[in-house]
Design a protein around this ligand. Structure first.
Ligand SMILES: [Ca+2]
Length: 100
C-alpha cells in the first residue's frame, strides 16, 4: 500500500479524534454535550480559555446541532472544524495582508 497523502492523513485524524471523544459514553457515533465540552477543552483550549462567557460553548453546541437531537454527529462535528478552519484561514490572510 502506498503512503497516505497529507489530505488523507488529515481526514484520518479527524475521524480518529471524533471517535476518541464520541466513544466515551453509550452512543459512540455522536458527541454528547459533555463529550463536546471535553473535546473543546482538551483539543481547542487556546480557543476555550479566551472565552470568559461560559454560555459561548453552550450556544456553539446549539448552533452546531442542526437536527436538534442534543448530540453532534460526524457531519455536525465537521461543520465546527470547517468553521474554525475558515476563521483561522481568514485571520491568516488578514495578518499576511498587514505585512504588505
Ligand atoms: Ca445532532
Amino acid at each position: 500500500m502506498s503512503k497516505p497523502t497529507e489530505t488523507e492523513q488529515c481526514i484520518g485524524s479527524l475521524i480518529a479524534v471524533f471517535q476518541k471523544y464520541s466513544g466515551k459514553d453509550w452512543n459512540s457515533c455522536q458527541l454528547s454535550k459533555t463529550e463536546f465540552l471535553t473535546f473543546m477543552n482538551m483539543e481547542l483550549a487556546a480557543f476555550t480559555k479566551n472565552q470568559k462567557d461560559l454560555g459561548v460553548l453552550d450556544h456553539m453546541m446549539k448552533k452546531l446541532d442542526l437536527n436538534s437531537d442534543g448530540q453532534l454527529d460526524f457531519q455536525e462535528f465537521l461543520n465546527l472544524i470547517g468553521g474554525l478552519a475558515a476563521a483561522c484561514h481568514d485571520s491568516f490572510l488578514m495578518s499576511s495582508q498587514k505585512r504588505f
